[in-house]
Design a protein around this ligand. Structure first.
Ligand code: GLA
Length: 398
């Protein structure tokens, strides 16, 4: 987590007055339910104890000035800004995307100065971009007194990511968990109805371990959008074959898919098989963690990985290697790739005693095999986005 005093000090040094508000939003790790959100299915993420923080204050200037500590870069946006995209592909495009969504919803944005910092690793599949979008949305919500709830903030942040400033056709999972996470709880989200069920993580639950492959998710956007397109093809073919107007792939029964699989393009059938069967694994995993049956929970993680590797084809040699080798360590219940895939991280449920071997011997062997570091973090279910009032505005500030 970004240290509050440090970011407030950076703000004061850079802008010469106190920040008024501090908005924070966490990254996430998805335990199970991958590539199901945009198919109307179920996901089960937790927020992690790493976040994006934004210290900000309203000003009387005619520009919005935002400094990123991580990139050591300042971006200035004229207050007359009307949704243009000056910096596609950069950190600022996420901020601009959120500003644009507020403007599209009829809010008049204030002029402001802000400092942004974060410790969610970038490109590691832990949703640093969703954290930035949600922190920005929470900040602007407080500044314009919009009173949006967590669900509305998440949908606005998703629109920002889908819109022209960013252009990634993501589902709702990352923004939803960042805005709505609860401490000590995993979130089982029905991405069709947005019904959120919080699942308590028992005190004696195994540790959630993140294994960052160090392989940046290179081709992810184009491959991701291609998987989405293949799922759309699968849904329309299955509607025709089954003579039923299924709202999403999640509504297609698995046995119906199998009856019609041979009439579909083989690749499309495999994509649909993953998207449909993953939902059952989410439910069984949720039951298993509530019953404290870690062996069963671990088995579901492995099945999810196999389905993502073989049917959805979004894994990579590094992630397969991590899963295979983690499972050879005593005390690891299960492991799978997490997030969009093609690099990024794996997640494991492991007993404390397994952690030295994961971050020691296994990481050394990984470095020898792939020539890059394996970074191992432990985490626990952290709270979602929140905004604190640091100082009330004085006449000099506004
Ligand atoms: C990315 C997207 C999410 C989700 C996952 C895959 O993280 O942003 O919406 O689709 O990939 O489960």
């Amino acid at each position: 987590m970004i240290d509050e005093r440090t970011i407030l000090r950076t703000y004061r040094k850079r802008f010469g007055h106190e920040a008024q508000l501090l908005a924070r939003a966490p990254g996430r790790v998805n335990l199970i339910g991958e590539h199901t959100d945009y198919n109307g299915g179920f996901v089960l993420p937790i927020a992690i104890d790493r976040d994006v923080a934004i210290a900000a204050a309203e000003t009387r200037e005619s520009t919005v000035r935002i400094y990123s500590v991580q990139f050591d870069e300042t971006v200035e946006i004229p207050l007359s800004y009307e949704g243009v995209v000056p910096l596609p592909g950069t950190w600022a495009s996420y901020v601009l995307g959120v500003m644009r969504e507020f403007q599209l919803r009829g809010y008049t944005l204030p002029s402001l100065t802000a400092v942004i910092d974060g410790d969610v690793p970038l490109g590691a599949g832990l949703s640093s971009s969703a954290a930035l979008e949600v922190a920005t949305a929470a900040l602007l919500d407080a500044m314009v007194a919009a009173g949006m709830d967590g669900r509305t903030l998440a949908l606005l942040a998703q629109d920002a990511e889908n819109g022209p400033c960013v252009g990634m056709q993501c589902g709702i999972m990352d923004q939803f968990i960042s805005a709505n996470a609860r401490i000590g709880r995993a979130l089982q989200l029905d991405c069709h109805s947005l019904q959120a069920d919080y699942i308590r993580f028992a005190e004696d639950a195994p540790t959630v371990v993140i294994l960052d492959s160090g392989r940046q998710r290179g081709l992810v956007d184009s491959e991701y959008n291609q998987r989405r397109a293949e799922c759309t093809v699968a849904l329309s073919a299955l509607r025709t074959a089954g003579g039923e107007d299924f709202p999403t792939l999640r509504h297609v029964p698995a046995d119906m898919l199998e009856r019609h699989a041979s009439s579909l393009d083989p690749i499309v059938a495999r994509r649909a098989r993953h998207a449909i069967t993953e939902n059952g694994r989410v439910h069984d995993f949720a039951d298993a963690i509530q019953e404290g049956d870690w062996t069963r929970a671990g088995r579901r993680l492995l099945q999810s990985h196999a389905s993502l590797r073989d049917d959805y084809q979004v894994s990579c040699p590094e992630l397969d290697w991590i899963v295979e080798h983690a499972m050879q360590i005593d005390g690891v219940h299960g492991c799978r790739m997490t997030g969009a895939g093609f690099g990024g991280s794996a997640v494991a449920l492991a007993e404390e005693r397994a952690i030295p071997a994961l971050s020691g011997t296994m990481a050394d062997r990984y470095a020898a095999e792939f020539g890059r570091a394996l970074t191992v973090y432990t985490t626990h279910p952290a709270p979602g986005a929140h905004v604190s009032v640091i100082a009330t505005p004085t006449p000099e500030m506004v």
